[in-house]
Design a protein around this ligand. Structure first.
Ligand code: KG4
Ligand code: ZN
Length: 364
């Protein structure tokens, strides 16, 4: 039997400073502690994450975060089997802060260092929360990411498609801004959409006419802007109902695009005849009830289980980095002090690099 491991995870690739302790083996691990310190207040005045401010905040807070994760788990540095750290992709100053700390800890304690891809962390979360067997299909949808990943192991991923411009969360946030709703936009738009008529505004379903699983959400946002301006020009303003109808129309378009692209991704995935066919959705947008329901329906059409990790493990955290580090450690990965911080780091090096860069930096 494989010996249980105790892994410290460190995450600082965007605007969450995080540290966690995970214990167990591949496909059978528990979170002993997970500390996440967000930076929303630091960036609120700027309408997006400011990389320099984020990097400084990470540098100031990381050691305290690690100390808290260790103490909540009642673990000493000496007890650890390895130190896992996000080495990319992300905002480079933040990634460097985490990597430097991890290297320092590794050099000081002699504990092995494991560099982890942040996207692999998201992609492996269903292994931590549900022990989902490989291979499974992952749809990662957040403010910074949007891609379909066929996950075969902690080291083997195929990207079946992704957004060529904005991530859906970004589009929700921009829609909210255009309609005078609060940030983050997703929950606000979802609430308004419940009161609206999704058929009143004919918004586009971008890239549905194109084969494959790539998506685009920036044209949808422009279409929404035009529809809004059309109403304002005709009626000298927006009523509450106009706003609700615009939200409903926008959300319905996102739902249709995600549902159809998921159908296509499932077809590719099922060709691998997985033993336990599973679609897992992760990222902040997975909190959307309409999107979740649509993806559950599509999965049911194909007789595929549909799971979503709890929200706290769907959004950025260090438990996913510790867990991914655990699997990589079991596979023999060891990094030395030459471990670098990478702004871009595609999981699937055989697919062409993705275009654009979201509000949270490089998408990989
Ligand atoms: O994963 P996350 O917390 O952070 C990253 O982007 O990495 O995702 C945040 C995004 C925001 O854009 C937010 O508007 C969106 O997830 N979001 C939602 C909902 N809740 C959060 N989008 C649609 N519907 C929701 N209920
Ligand atoms: Zn993330």
């Amino acid at each position: 039997m494989t010996k249980s491991k105790l892994i410290l995870g460190i995450e600082s690739s965007c605007d969450d400073t995080a540290a966690a302790i995970v214990e167990g083996t591949s496909g059978n691990a528990v979170v002993r502690s997970s500390i996440v310190q967000g930076q929303n207040a630091l960036h609120a005045a700027f309408g997006g994450v400011v990389p320099e401010i984020a990097a400084r905040a990470h540098a100031e807070r990381l050691d305290g975060c690690v100390a808290k994760a260790l103490s909540e788990a009642h673990v000493a540095l000496d007890d650890l089997d390895a130190i896992a750290v996000t080495a990319g992709p992300g905002l480079i100053g933040g990634v460097m802060s985490g990597v430097m700390l991890a290297k320092g800890l590794s050099a000081g304690t002699g504990k092995p260092l494991v560099g982890v891809n942040h996207l692999a962390g998201h992609a492996l979360t269903p292994r931590l929360t549900d022990a989902t067997p490989y291979p499974y299909l992952m749809l990662l949808v957040s403010g910074g990411h949007c891609q379909f990943l066929l996950v075969r192991s902690a080291q083997e991923f195929s990207r079946l498609g992704g957004t060529i411009d904005d991530a859906p969360g970004e589009a929700f946030d921009k829609t909210a801004r255009l309609l005078g709703l609060p940030q983050p936009g997703g929950p606000a738009v979802e609430t308004e959409a419940l009161k609206g008529d999704a058929t009143r505004f004919k918004l586009p379903r971008p890239l549905l006419d194109r084969a494959g699983c790539d998506m685009s959400f920036s044209g949808l946002k422009t279409a929404l802007l035009r529809a809004r301006d059309g109403v304002i020009a005709a009626n000298s303003g927006l009523t509450r109902q106009d706003r609700a109808d615009l939200c409903a129309g926008f959300q319905a378009a996102v739902v249709d695009v995600l549902a159809e692209k998921t159908r296509r991704a499932l077809q590719v995935y099922l060709a691998e005849t997985p033993a336990v066919p599973t679609l897992s959705i992760a990222g902040g947008v997975a909190a959307n009830t309409a999107i979740r329901a649509a993806l559950e329906n599509v999965s049911a059409e194909f007789d595929v289980a549909c799971t979503a990790p709890p929200l706290a493990l769907c959004t950025d955290n260090a438990a996913m980095i510790a867990y991914t580090g655990l699997e990589l450690f079991e596979l023999g990965q060891r990094n030395d002090l030459s471990l670098g911080a990478r702004p871009r780091w595609p999981l699937d090096t055989t697919s062409p690099a993705m275009l654009g860069s979201g509000k949270k930096g490089a998408k990989a």
